[in-house]
Design a protein around this ligand. Structure first.
Ligand code: PEP
Length: 245
């Protein structure tokens, strides 16, 4: 039985004052059987983790470096993020792949570093609009999986998020058939790669998830939750998504 997960990605949004949203989220009394995660900017991880201590809310990071330490000005290792209170880290988000030129090989190294440091990695992948229109979606995802999946993974250490790039922040959600097709493909690929462990790895959908569409997306087979950007910034938007899990 895979535990449902609603993960919020605040991206480059949030100052100390916004941490009040975490208290408001907890006040909404989320179902403890589901996992709720917020990934604030790195500047807020320590304070957010202190605030969430003893609650069902988990705090994650949005990226990590592949190395454990060294001359990498401005970067943060997975161990540092864990030390600050993070339990999860997003790897391979399409915005990092685009803005920072992250290849599948880099994403794989970051994912392996995250797992080695004791974090759960949320590995993101997904096709561009051009890939989808050209009928290349599953080929692109197969290649991303081949290049970025870690050698060792477990149900507690790896989550895979399907995020079609054209659906991120656009208000344009993938259809339920599109989501179902890709999630079934991901499940089969993970089982082929990791055996029975592949059935324990959670699959999230991401791309313009809102309260209004969350329940129908969560009802799709092999969707174990969502990675949410814009609608995770306030408790008013995010709590109903968590409740729909
Ligand atoms: C994301 O950035 O991962 C995301 C899914 O964003 P949004 O929910 O805003 O589309």
């Amino acid at each position: 039985m895979r535990r449902k997960l609603a993960a919020g990605n605040w991206k480059m949004n949030g100052l100390g004052a916004n941490l009040a949203e975490l208290s408001a989220l907890l006040a909404a009394q989320p179902d403890p059987a589901c996992e709720m995660l917020i990934c604030p900017p790195a500047t807020l991880i320590h304070r957010a983790a202190a605030q969430a201590q003893g609650s069902t809310l988990r705090i994650g990071a949005q990226d990590c470096h592949a190395a454990t330490s060294g001359a990498h000005t401005g970067d943060l290792s997975a161990e540092m993020l864990r030390d600050a209170g993070a339990t999860h880290v997003i790897t391979g988000h399409s915005e990092r792949r685009a803005d920072h030129g992250e290849s599948d090989a880099i994403v794989r190294a970051k994912t392996e570093a995250a797992i080695a440091a004791g974090l759960t990695a949320i590995l993101c992948l997904g096709e561009s609009l051009g890939d989808r229109q050209a009928g290349r979606t599953l080929d692109v995802i197969r290649a991303q999986l081949a290049g970025s999946l870690p050698d060792q993974a477990g149900g507690a250490t790896l989550v895979v998020a399907y995020e079609p790039i054209w659906a991120i922040g656009t208000g344009q959600v993938a259809t339920l058939d599109q989501i179902g097709e890709v999630h079934a493909f991901l499940r089969a690929e993970l089982v082929a790669r990791y055996g029975e462990t592949g059935n324990a790895i959670r699959l999230l959908y991401g791309g313009s998830v809102k309260h209004a569409n969350a329940a129908e997306i969560f009802a799709v087979k092999d969707v174990d939750g969502a990675l949410v950007g814009g609608a995770s910034l306030t408790a008013a938007d995010f709590a109903p998504i968590v409740a729909a899990l």
